[in-house]
Every structure is written in structure tokens, then in C-alpha cells.
Write a protein of this length. Sequence first.
Lengths: 368, 368
Amino acid sequence: MNAPRNASSDRRRPGSVSIRDVARRAGVSIATVSRAVNRIPTVDPVLAERVWRAIEEVGYLPNTQARALVSGRSRMLGLIVSEITNPFFPELVQEFENLAVAQGYEVLIGSTNYEPERTESLIRRMLQRNVDGVAVMTFGIEEELVQKLVEREFPLVFVDAGPDLPNIRVLKVNYGEGIRQAVQHLAALGHRNIAFITGPLRLRSAAARRDAFLKSMSELGLTVPADHIVEGDHTMEGGIAAMAKLIALADLPTAVLCSNDMTAIGALHALYRTTHNVPQDVSVVGFDDIHLAQFMLPPLTTVQMSCMDLAAAAVEALRAGIEKDHPKAEKTEWQIPTRLVVRQSSAFPRGTLPALVERAAGHARGKR
Amino acid sequence: MNAPRNASSDRRRPGSVSIRDVARRAGVSIATVSRAVNRIPTVDPVLAERVWRAIEEVGYLPNTQARALVSGRSRMLGLIVSEITNPFFPELVQEFENLAVAQGYEVLIGSTNYEPERTESLIRRMLQRNVDGVAVMTFGIEEELVQKLVEREFPLVFVDAGPDLPNIRVLKVNYGEGIRQAVQHLAALGHRNIAFITGPLRLRSAAARRDAFLKSMSELGLTVPADHIVEGDHTMEGGIAAMAKLIALADLPTAVLCSNDMTAIGALHALYRTTHNVPQDVSVVGFDDIHLAQFMLPPLTTVQMSCMDLAAAAVEALRAGIEKDHPKAEKTEWQIPTRLVVRQSSAFPRGTLPALVERAAGHARGKR
DNA sequence: TCGGTAAGAGGAAACGCTTTCCATAAACCT
DNA sequence: AGGTTTATGGAAAGCGTTTCCTCTTACCGA
């Protein structure tokens, strides 16, 4: 006997079960099975029970593609990040995935690696897969690249800024608040000579962080010489190089604020290599509060931009755009707070009285 | 006039274009368009050209779901990893994605976080999405959890070991080779008292690494006291705790080999906190060669298990299982080599003559 | 007892695509 | 030149689901 393993087409994967098999088993029509599966109340509870038992028995799983084809909704969300290897993003991805799955969505992830043609292909792929919405968490993508998505009126979520169009929602990160806290923290410790290592300035978010720094400084009446603003690229390598430039200056700043944690970690390395102690000689402050930050030596004082907040806002904003009866369907802006987390990479400026006292106490305790 | 924007159903997303629109524009049948898109040679080149131009003009993108529905192949690959926040995995994911996309596949990622129920739901989701194959890169997943996938004869790729069934392919990581190189490197420097921090031993790969270590040691006639094998959990926190136990021992080992890089980084931290210098007091060697390893202080000597190799083998093995005429369709095992990368976290054991010479030279150069 | 109504279940169409089959046109051979 | 084969386009049949519409059945009141 070479009969097919099930009554449906023999092209199908073995063990695959369709709604028809369930219908046959339960002795009802496929329409009834569909209604039972979708918990439509007009179905007789007795029949529904029979359907559910049949589903259990034959091991039925509804085919998502067929569902998507007919319903026009794929229940997939696109998530575009800059580079998955930057430790900030996996944390974001993880949280985004958790939340999306909890809401019954699948996640299609893509990283642009800052390459326009990659972004291009990424968007085309997401369009083809017919995602229900896309979160563009690249912190400053070129707008024209997402033009296609905008045209097709996909629900879209951007960080910081996006075109002012229907179906576009924006997560406004309040860089100012956290950076002001950081600057005031340093100023309160006595720092006056504070440098800033930026991210790649073509990124809107990097420029926003730098501007927030300059604003906070001028609020305190502190001036920033041009050579105290050095451009990095949000990688550790970039942080090392940028810090090296600052070390080469005639007046080494007493504190350095960095546009992200990886840059700050790079700065720590550069200082360590040149036998400068942190925080005794130079205070270093990061931005993001990635997991790694607390395990640095010394643990990094940093401005927290919570992935949890960001991911939660992104998923909520996408759902608001997708599900027409969502309570926040009309909301277009989500505020993301930032706040300073003080650890041990920031202290009194070198040469000041409190620093000397600290250092003496430290030596007395046997630390180096 | 409130006519719909295109001639198809008005339920569709605006701007969405179907094969019918292309056919109309090119003045051919939809079958011809389909054949042109799928590059079937029997279509008249002139017509094909007209079709391609029409596709360009109307901005047509084939609907992947419809394609998958009829062809039975979704062109999606599942990738299951342990935890995306462990830096090893993003590197793997990135490479896997690049390769898969280059072959025309999309990637559905999921992390188990070592929770069985998460894995369960992950697999159900992948089944529903009808992925063409799944790579289970968790380095030791419980087999029964993937039973469903096995039953349905999904092409499956495991790391290290998997059930010996058709459609199962295994990437055999040669832990022995790299770890032998590491042990011999340390022994050559003069180390005799070498400890090992394991990963979570329920993971097959963690046990395999420990066994490889013990084997390499005994090959050299070196004994390993029971308290020199400490269990970690492949995280930095675990590495810190495990190293703390070693530090508390009466005879501090002169070298510590770790089951992965995050553990080694934890060990570096624990040593740093207790004012032990690496490599002068203790040599530390990692495993994986994650990107971060080269930026540690000191840069970490480690055994490289290339994500590139692993990802390439995984994608190739999956394709071999999916595409029936694949040249390597019959191959069931892929070998993944490992090799030692010597950096600066390993040196002569403390108290030996070469170490004293090194130290003196180092002091002379002004380093600490 | 019978007509009217409402609830529940089934049949069938549609979603966008691929694939197969068939009809037509063109080319070849005898 | 007529018949046969080969190329090529067009029409139609699914793929697995949802949804609309129709039909049956049961229940209620008169």
C-alpha cells in the first residue's frame, strides 16, 4: 500500500495537518472549525468542544501564511536596528521580541550596518513579507530610504524624529534630561573642564546628545572649547581614538562625557593604556546604561536610556497604528525619559582638596 | 469619485500591487508574468523585457505569503539561540542573517533564555510560520523539546549532537583541538597548576569543553584537583563568582582556562578587584573569541570558535536539507575547527625566572 | 398545529500566487 | 501542400484560511 499519509495533497510536509483534517475528524465543516479556533461566540459549545478535542488529537496548527493571505495582516512586526553587534541593540531586540510575542506578533529583525543598500533591501524584504508595521530604531536613518514604506502607509515608528505624516509615530527620547543630570553631577563634584565625545554626527541622535551637552554646560555658565568636542563613532574603537585626541591636548579635561557607553568604555581603555586612573585623574560618564556598564572597571557612571521603556513604547506605538480600535490610535508621540545612574567612574576633579582626601583614604585602605 | 486606487479588492493596503496589475500593464497574462519573474526560459525575451519594465513601473513586489502558500516553501529559516544578550550570539545571528539573505531566505530568530516553555512556544511559532528549516544553536538543547520538529521531518541543524534521524544535520565543533592548543600553550609557558571554570554543565557543549580540558591535561601528565574545576554559567557574573572561589583556595592556580569569553572577562574582573595582576599573577584564557575579547585589559588570549564558520555551516547544512538537489544533500556532519589566539592575558607563571625578568623589564618601561 | 423568527451550521467565494493543462500558432518533415 | 510535432500564451485549479450568504432546524407564540 502506498497510500499518502493523509488525505490532503501529497506535496505537503508529512505530519502537516490542515483545517480540513480537523473538520473531518470532528465531523463538522471547515467554517465551524475556523469559527471555533477564532472563538467566535455563535458556535455551539458542544461542537466547539468537539472541535478543540479534534484539534488536540490531530495536532493542528493554523497556517499563518494562509491566515495572513486572507486577512491582509501578517501579524509580523519589522524591527530595524543599526547593528546587532552593538551591545545596546540585543538588549532592545530581546525586550521588543518578548513584548511582541506576548501580543501574538512575530518579529523580523534586520540590521542596516549603516549601509544604505542594506537598508534598501531590508525594507523591500519587509514589504514583501507584508509586515504589519516597522519600528525603525536606528537613531537617525535617512528618511528617503523609508519612503517606500511611507508611501504604502505602513504603520511606522521612528526614534527622535520622523516625517510628519499619518501612520508615523515617533518615540521622543528626552536626551536633555539625562545629560543635564550628568553635567550637573559633574559640576557639583567641582568639574569645570568637561569634554564630550560625540557619536557619528550624521546620526540625529548623536547630534541631539551633543547639543544637549552644550546647552547644559551653557546653562551653568561653563564654556566648551572647540577641541573639547571630539567626534567618535559609537564604537569602542572610536572611543579609544577620540580619547587619545583628548589626552594629547595641553589641558587634559578633568571629566569626559560620552555619547554612548561603548565610547565611554573605549575612553576607559585609552586612559588605562596611558596610565591615567579613572576616576582619580579623569571622570568618565557614558550614555545608554548597557548591561556591560556596571561591570566595567570602575563601574561606569552613565545616563540610562531604558531598553525596556524604548521597546515597550515601540510595540505600543506599532499596535496603535495597526489595530484601528487601539485606545491610543491617535497618539503620535511617545516620551522616553533618561536619567543619570551614578557609579564609580565619576569623582572629584584631580588636584582638588576632596580628591586628595579620597586618594589618601584609598591608599590607607590598601587600594591602588 | 470615490473609486478604489486600484482595480483589486479595496481591502488591500494602498499602494499594494499584485501580479494582475503587472499583467494588465504589460498586456500579457498573469502566467507570463509569473514565468518571467521566476525566470523560466520558455518565455519570449521580448515579452519578458516588457514584463520587467511593467514590474518596475508599477513597483510590483511578489507577495511572499501567497508564494509560500502554493509552493509549500516559505523561504524562512528559524534560528534558535540561547540568549541574544550574550555577546557571542549577536555575532552569530548577524552572520547567519547575512548568509541566509544572500540565499534568498528570511530569518526568524528566537532566544530560549534557557526556559523550556519559551523554547516550546518558539518551536510552535516556527511550525506555524512554516519555516523551511531550523538551526538550533543553543549548544545543548533538550532533545525532547524539538520532538515536534523532528516528527514533521523539518530539516534541522544542531550543534555538537542531535538525534540520529533523517533530515537532522549536526555541526560538530572540535573543542578538543583549540583547548589542547590552549593547555599546551600554558604548559609551554611553564604552568602546571591550571584551573578550569566550566559553563553550565547541563549544556552538552560546556561538558564537552571541560572534558577536552581534562583530556588535554592528562595527555601532558598534569593532574587537576577537584577544586580546580569550578562551575560557572557562561555569564560575566558567573565568571566573577567562580573566580572568587578559586581565589579563596589555598593554592591559587597560576592559570585559569574558561569555558567562554564572558566567563573569562568575569575572571579578569574578580582578579582585578582583588588586586591580582593579569597575566603577571594569573594567566587567563577564554573561549569563543568574541569581538570584545581583543579589547579587554589585557587583551584576552582565547580559543577562537569562528561565528563565520558556524553560521556558514549552519546555513549550508539547512540548505542541504531543504533543497533536494543540493550537492551536499547527503552530508550529515559539518566539522567546525577551533584554534588558539594568543594575546596578552597569558604569560609565564608568577615566581618563575622568565616572569621575574619580564616584570623587571616592564617596570623599567614604566608600566605597572 | 402551524407560521414566523432567530440561531447555528455549511457551502462557496476570495486572498495572490504557482502550476498544470489545453488551445493556438508556428515550424518541420514527408 | 498536408499532417505532425514543438513552442508559447491563456485559462483554470488549487494552496489553507476567513467570511459572507444561504439553508436548516428548533423554538416560540398564536
